[in-house]
Design a protein around this ligand. Structure first.
Ligand code: NAP
Length: 289
């Protein structure tokens, strides 16, 4: 059984580390190629887009993929929709691995917004010195806010339109609470902007903002794709092992693509192979608020 693991997240790397080299399974991880020097997962890796749904369908066929785990970032909505459409078209089992969103606690001053433009619109009433942690793409929507000053943190240097006043800080997490607080104090930050990425690796900024009583503009996640979803690497690994155990040797046979049984011929018994809408046998993922 050959697995495509759509990655670009810490969870995808953890899952690859668990599965690479295991029995009954060969694994290829896929990265979009956005980051110049990405952290590479264990095992085989391919980099770059597939060319939309048609490209992905062709690639899945050519590579004889039998199983897909979509562990892309919660905001990678296009890739998630494409994976769902391609797997539906080919009848391939697909699992979404999505870490739960963050939840506000006592002392948090979060302002939920639906998009980056809404975040930009909310900022002038919340502060003039902004810590922007939404990534290097989408900075253009903040470009017109000339009266605000921005500390822009991202992994690679941004290009294109961006705020006129500010400083770019190139860094890659994880980030600890104390370091985040020191950074915010050093730059006299008044408001934090973030996506609801979830997980512990970048949550230090939220703790620091609470410590400093700073408002946080939290950009909501796009709606999740329908289908089976789990919240942890453990659950995803268990799902993959169940699927692989039900399907025999690695690459023993290509996936059944477009199979339609002749009249009177019952569909083949593909024990353990779930359709995208099937129950995963695991509890549903906790979703962000
Ligand atoms: P996106 O908007 O959903 O995807 C845009 C296009 O990029 C897709 O249509 C696909 O191109 C390609 N692509 C995306 N993820 C891919 C993958 N894992 N492997 C191969 N091609 C991929 O995605 P995005 O938000 O730009 O995110 C790109 C990557 O960065 C993802 O792997 C994601 O996990 C990671 N990431 C994203 C964020 C975020 O805030 N969005 C944060 C951290 C990490 P084709 O149509 O040509 O196939």
């Amino acid at each position: 059984m050959k697995l495509l693991l759509l990655g670009g997240t810490a969870e995808a790397r953890e899952l690859a580390a668990r599965l690479a080299g295991g029995p009954d399974l060969s694994l290829v991880s896929s990265l979009a190629g956005r980051v110049r020097d990405p952290l590479l997962p264990a095992g085989e890796v391919r980099v770059g887009g597939f060319g939309g749904v048609p490209g992905l369908v062709g690639w899945l066929r050519d590579e004889r993929i039998g199983l897909v785990v979509d562990a892309t970032h919660p905001y990678a909505a296009t890739m998630q929709a494409n994976a769902a459409a391609a797997c539906d078209r080919l009848g391939l089992p697909r699992l979404r691995l999505a870490r739960p969103g963050w939840r506000a606690g006592d002392g948090d001053r979060w302002h939920w917004v639906g998009s980056l433009p809404e975040a930009a619109a909310a900022l002038p009433s919340l502060g003039t010195r902004v810590f922007l942690t939404t990534g290097r793409l989408g900075l253009a929507v903040f470009a017109g806010l000339d009266r605000l000053w921005f500390l822009i943190r991202c992994v690679d240097r941004p290009s294109g339109p961006m705020p006129a006043r500010g400083q770019v800080l190139l860094a890659r997490g994880p980030y600890r609470r104390e370091e985040e607080r020191a950074l915010m104090e050093r730059f006299a930050v008044e408001v934090l902007v973030t996506k609801d990425s979830g997980g512990s690796l970048t949550a230090g900024k939220l703790d620091a903002a609470r410590d400093l009583r700073l408002p946080v503009v939290m950009v909501r996640r796009p709606p999740p794709t329908p289908g089976p979803s789990v919240a942890t690497v453990e659950e995803a690994a268990a799902w993959v092992r169940r699927q692989a155990a039900g399907c025999g040797q690695p690459n023993a046979s290509p996936p059944v693509v477009g199979y339609a049984p002749p009249p009177g011929d019952p569909a083949p018994d593909r024990a353990g192979e779930a359709r995208p809408s099937a129950d995963t046998g695991t509890p549903p993922a906790r979703r962000g608020v």
